[in-house]
Design a protein around this ligand. Sequence first.
Ligand code: HEC
Ligand code: HEC
Ligand code: HEC
Ligand code: HEC
Length: 223
Amino acid sequence: MSAPSRYRVARIIGAVIGLAAVVWIVGETLRGDGGRPSQSPKEQLARAKSGEDYHRRVGLAPGMQPAVGTQVRTLQAYYALRAYAGAPPSIPHEVDAEMGRTQDCNICHERGGFVKRFNAYAPVTPHPTYENCLQCHALPGGAESFVANDWQSVRLPILGRPALPGNPPPIPHTLQLRTDCLSCHAGPAAVAEVRTSHPERLNCRQCHVPRMTDDVFVRTAQR
Ligand code: HEC
Ligand code: HEC
Ligand code: HEC
Ligand code: HEC
């Protein structure tokens, strides 16, 4: 091979490598995840549970993403406000005289959203038409008006009982006043442990069937 044609071959090889690099870089950019390494199933689940994709899909403002530093509501905190699972929760925040009179609680509770004053997301009410809120929801304080008694709470529902692994778990609670599933199972104020990974599937009961305990509640002997 003569010297000039050797240079030509080298130039062609150089051009092919350069073109391949350009195609690779453009392809990576267009993939849309900014070249983020692919996520493991565990990471995907954590991301689904964070509601990140849901909020993007329903077009909520970025402010609706759980703000950094806010408490995620846990099942333990959820039960702590209730005498038993399904009982009306007591109000964990102050209610000023004006709010107590007008009961305009739905300003925050009908649609939820971040409330700066309480540094928390307002849980969405499953019954926005029940206007006399204070009829059922006790104001904070007043613990001194209770006397010691032998009340023991009803057994808590058991979670994660699919018929077979991977099946939809049954609904362990009553459906009375609980037809708006998303008010409790999606969004930034939803309890972390029962946040659904698939809020976009609107007909929940297509897959989830109610299965409550058949046992009659019997109060156990006094402690
Ligand atoms: C300014 C917005 C705002 C107003 C007005 C408001 N709330 Fe709240 N509410 C919140 C936020 C935020 C939380 C969550 C607090 C937390 O997690 O510490 C909350 C929590 C609650 C909870 C606890 C729910 C649960 O399951 O944890 C109840 C019950 C409640 N509010 C009832 C009421 C009632 C009744 C009124 C009217 C008298 C009212 N709220 C007015 C923002 C508001
Ligand atoms: C007739 C009684 C009653 C009235 C009136 C009522 N609630 Fe409730 N509320 C309940 C019960 C019971 C629950 C618990 C629901 C459950 O666990 O299925 C509840 C739950 C809630 C929750 C918590 C939802 C969650 O995340 O679990 C909020 C928030 C709430 N109510 C807000 C309000 C507001 C605001 C009003 C007035 C506009 C109101 N409620 C009126 C009985 C009532
Ligand atoms: C008032 C809030 C509320 C509403 C409304 C509600 N849920 Fe729930 N759900 C809960 C809570 C809290 C739990 C945890 C167990 C318990 O305390 O009942 C739960 C548990 C579940 C579970 C079990 C999850 C597991 O990991 O085993 C399923 C499934 C479920 N709910 C489906 C539904 C469907 C479907 C609807 C609508 C028809 C609905 N829920 C409406 C609060 C709610
Ligand atoms: C097409 C069937 C189907 C529909 C519709 C459906 N689910 Fe599920 N759901 C499942 C399956 C399957 C699982 C179990 C997922 C697993 O094991 O990873 C599940 C799990 C859950 C869980 C346990 C936590 C989790 O995400 O793993 C909750 C809570 C839940 N679903 C709530 C809902 C709610 C609320 C709706 C309606 C918005 C709904 N589901 C609609 C099939 C469905």
